[in-house]
Structure formats: structure tokens, C-alpha cells
Design a protein around this ligand. Sequence first.
Ligand SMILES: *[C@@H]1O[C@H](CO)[C@@H](O)[C@H](O)[C@H]1NC(C)=O
Ligand SMILES: *[C@@H]1O[C@H](CO)[C@@H](O)[C@H](O)[C@H]1NC(C)=O
Ligand SMILES: *[C@@H]1O[C@H](CO)[C@@H](O)[C@H](O)[C@H]1NC(C)=O
Ligand SMILES: *[C@@H]1O[C@H](CO)[C@@H](O)[C@H](O)[C@H]1NC(C)=O
Length: 509
Amino acid sequence: MKPNYVFILVCCVLSISQATVAAPAASNGFRVRAVNLGGWLVTEGWMKPSLFDAIPNRDLLDGTTVQFKSITLGKYLSAEHGGGTILIANKILARSSETFKLWRINETTFNLKVYNNQFIGLDTTDGVNLVAVKNTPCILETFMILRNSDDPNRVRIKASNGFFLQVKTEELVTADSKGNERWDDDDPSIFIMTALSPYQGEYQITNGYGPVMAPKVMREHWETYIVEEDFKFISSNGLNAVRIPIGWWIAYDPNPPKPFVGGSLKALDNAFKWATKYGLKVLLELHAAPGSQNGFALSGSRDGTLGWGLDSIEPTVAVIEFLAARYAKNPSLYSIGLMNEPSLWVSPETVMSYYGAGYDAVRRHSSTAYVVMATRMWAHNVTEFLPFAAQFERVVLDVHLYNFNHMTVEDVMNGDVYTHCQEVVSAVTTSDGPLSFVGEWTAEWMVPNATKEEYQRFAKAQLEVFDRATFGWAYWTFKHVGIHWSLEWMINNGYINLTASDPISVSSI
Ligand SMILES: *[C@@H]1O[C@H](CO)[C@@H](O)[C@H](O)[C@H]1NC(C)=O
Ligand SMILES: *[C@@H]1O[C@H](CO)[C@@H](O)[C@H](O)[C@H]1NC(C)=O
Ligand SMILES: *[C@@H]1O[C@H](CO)[C@@H](O)[C@H](O)[C@H]1NC(C)=O
Ligand SMILES: *[C@@H]1O[C@H](CO)[C@@H](O)[C@H](O)[C@H]1NC(C)=O
């Protein structure tokens, strides 16, 4: 889950085939009532922003978009045609061609990616003019951003030839200014920098802290964010499982490719130990696949690029194989989720071909673990993988249901929970197909200033609907700075009580 998801869902109209079949429980009647351990082994900045606090220049992380306005011309630096040719400075408004994505080398040194995905660099023929032509950044595509200590948005940009960028005319940007000690308004080497849309995932935090600090910061986070006491709390408050989002780099622990750092595997081993001790089942799920399956920071993306595709199937299956091999014999392993929320830009055929191979990888090690297949993010047809999944044994279809479409309590209840959510759960719940799972939901919504009683009604209504899912459900999430997103907070403050005597009556829906 990520904040921008919320707003796009608002416009999302779903076409769902109504299933009328009554929902059977899993063969032994057991259903998962789980909580996600989100933000633990895969970083999501919005869940714990303080994790990023000690990063120098923490507004300039990988994937952050920046714009530079020339102080002398009052116009924005622009990659002509969005990239592929020269750099100019003639735009009054900053749009896509005037917006650059950062690749961070260290706290002061960056590559700048333009709209068409080339990198800004020095022209190889003269070493002075600025162009955006290279697809892979090298020395000529590397720049230092020097900030004015009094006004950090006032910057100079130093090129690899040792000189600063300057705007000579609207059509001529060169790297041949010596700069000076002053920051005067008539200096064509000064720009006003705007850093937009923070982008905060595992790549950003590890690369932001760098190779010396990142291992310490991450280890500290893994050891303190979720601890044994949390498993005890979870098991004694009416829950029977934890869903644990993990990143692909865990398969290469203790030496994952840079900038990722080792140590999350040990944390996961501990999770299994505690789960066994407190009688909880573990639902593993690959939240971040190699290359990023949806381009969001939470899937380990460097700069928002969706890099997962046909070529990624093999390395992704290798991660699943690693997990299955390591935990198949563990009595707490209950399911393996093959991939969180693949993008709509990935074709269903590619996703299914991966799901088939991922299923086989799990089955090479375990005949009992459930294999969870997620619907694509924002898929209009939530049953798109249903016939496919129905071919396999012990398979689960995962849908994520957040309710951000309405602003009033009644509209949320009637329009979202009792209409939309109910339709989705019905559609994916069949008598002879895969089991159905609401792998993410929350009792946070868009209703302003809702009372505690209104939150309670909302949570209860969702539980009624999601309890019909034959595999079960998982709340997003256990800990979160946004209190209603945190099931721990909701339980401690009496908003949700899963051990209360009032059992949800499935037949009354
Ligand atoms: C950042 O990298 C550049 C280029 O490699 C180097 O010159 C500079 O000293 C580095 N700065 C820091 C703070 O490490
Ligand atoms: C949804 O996808 C399934 C599987 O491909 C297909 O059988 C069904 O007709 C689709 N439903 C709609 C409404 O497109
Ligand atoms: C919510 O509460 C805030 C602060 O008490 C108030 O300013 C705002 O108008 C309220 N919003 C609504 C929609 O009632
Ligand atoms: C939840 O309800 C049960 C049964 O009514 C009660 O014993 C328990 O104290 C409640 N838990 C909390 C945290 O209020």
C-alpha cells in the first residue's frame, strides 16, 4: 500500500461478475486472521518517516524529482523534446521535460535522468555543452549539487570538468562557469532547485545512508521495529497469522547487491521462531520483486521505473525457490505469496507465466504450503487470474481492498464496504476454485473527523465482509505512524477487538 494508491482508487470503476455460490471454508474450516508486518523487512517511508531523518540531504534521494530555475532568466532548465538532444532553459512553467529524476551517488553527487530516460551530461565533442543523450550514466553524466548554506534551494551544479553550469541564453547551457563566493541574483550559474514528491523505499534508505551507515541503521530497525513481544501480543489478541512482506534481496543475504544490505534474513528467521513459539502461521509474500513489479518505492524501485517483465521471471522464481527451500520444513510456514500487486502495465500472460513457474518452485519443496497469487494492481477484472489459478492445488487468490472512494460514513458503508468490497469478495470466492484472500485492508478512510464509534462501525463492517474470504484476511498493518493504519494501536485503544464475544455472523450478510 502506498499513499498515492489511495487517490487513484477513487476513480477506479470495477466490473465484477457476481458469484452466487456460497463460500466454503478451507477444507478444515480454518481461516487466516492476520496482520501485515509492513514496513519491517521492506521499507516504506510513510509508515515510519523518522527512519530517514539522519540521512544527509535527505530530500535528495534516488527517484526524487527536481527542477532547476535559472535565477537570471527566471526560466526552467529543460531537456529539449524530453531528452535525446541538448539542454535549454526557456520554459516559464516546469512540466515533464523540465523535471529530472535523481540517481544518488552520494550526498552531494548525482546523475540526472530526463523524461525520455537519458541522463544529462557533457557533450563528448566539446566537453562543455550540456546534452541528454546517454542511456547509462558515466563520469560525464555526474554532477555535484552545491547548496547555499542560508538558502538550501539556491544551488550551483558542478560538472565533471570542474566547472559550474551556467545559462548563457535560453538556448545555450554550458559547464564553464568558475563560480564565486557570492550567491548574487545576477549570477547565471545559480538555480533555484525544487525537490518534489519524496520517494522513500528500501533503495532510497540504504543508498541514502550509504555503505557505512546503512547496515547499522537497517539492523537497528529490524531488531527494534518488530520484536518477540509483538508476536505474543498478536497471538493473544485474536489473530492467528502474520503476513510478512519481504524484498528479493533477502535471497542474497548476507551480501545482497548494493545498495541493499544484509541482515533481513536473520530477522525473518527470528519471525519464524517467534511464530512457532506463539502458535502463529507465517504468510510470506514477495513485496519487492527484482526490477520492481509496479514502480513504487515500496517494491524496491530506484526511480519509479517498472523494470519487471519476462526477463525477470527467472530471477524472481529463484527468490521463491530460496524461500521455499529454507522454510518448507518449518511448521509455521503457511503460504508463500509470489508477488505483491503487479502493475497493470505487466501483461496478464507474463504474470501467469511467472505464477506457474513460481508455483512449481514452491511445490518442489512443499506439497502443503499455499501459493498466493495476487491480482494486478487496479485491475478492473478482479477474477482475471481465477480460471488460471483453478488449475492448481492449494492456491489462493489475493485481492487488496482499501476504501478511499467516499467522504461520508454512510457512503463508505453502502458504496464501498457493502457494495464494492462485497462484490469483489464474492467474485473471487468460488466453490471449486482457489481460496480467496483479502491480503490487505485497513480501517483508515477518507471521512474527516470521524468519531471512534464510526471507526468501530467501519472496522466491524469490513470484518463481516472479509470474514467471507475462504483463505482469510490480513490487516494493513501492525505498526504505523498513522494511528488507524496500525492494528496494534487500534486494538490497544479499543477500536478493534478480535477476541470479543460478538462473533461475526457470515450468514447475516
Ligand atoms: C561524492 O562522490 C564524488 C565523486 O565520486 C567525490 O568526489 C566526493 O568526494 C564524494 N563526496 C562525499 C561526501 O563522499
Ligand atoms: C475476467 O477475466 C476472466 C479470466 O480471464 C474472464 O473469464 C472473465 O470473462 C473476465 N470478466 C470480465 C468482466 O471481463
Ligand atoms: C475537522 O476538524 C478540524 C479541527 O477540529 C476542523 O478545522 C475541520 O473543519 C473539521 N472538518 C470537518 C469536515 O468537519
Ligand atoms: C476484547 O473483548 C474481550 C471479550 O469481551 C475482553 O475480555 C477483552 O478485554 C477485550 N479486549 C480489549 C483490548 O479491550
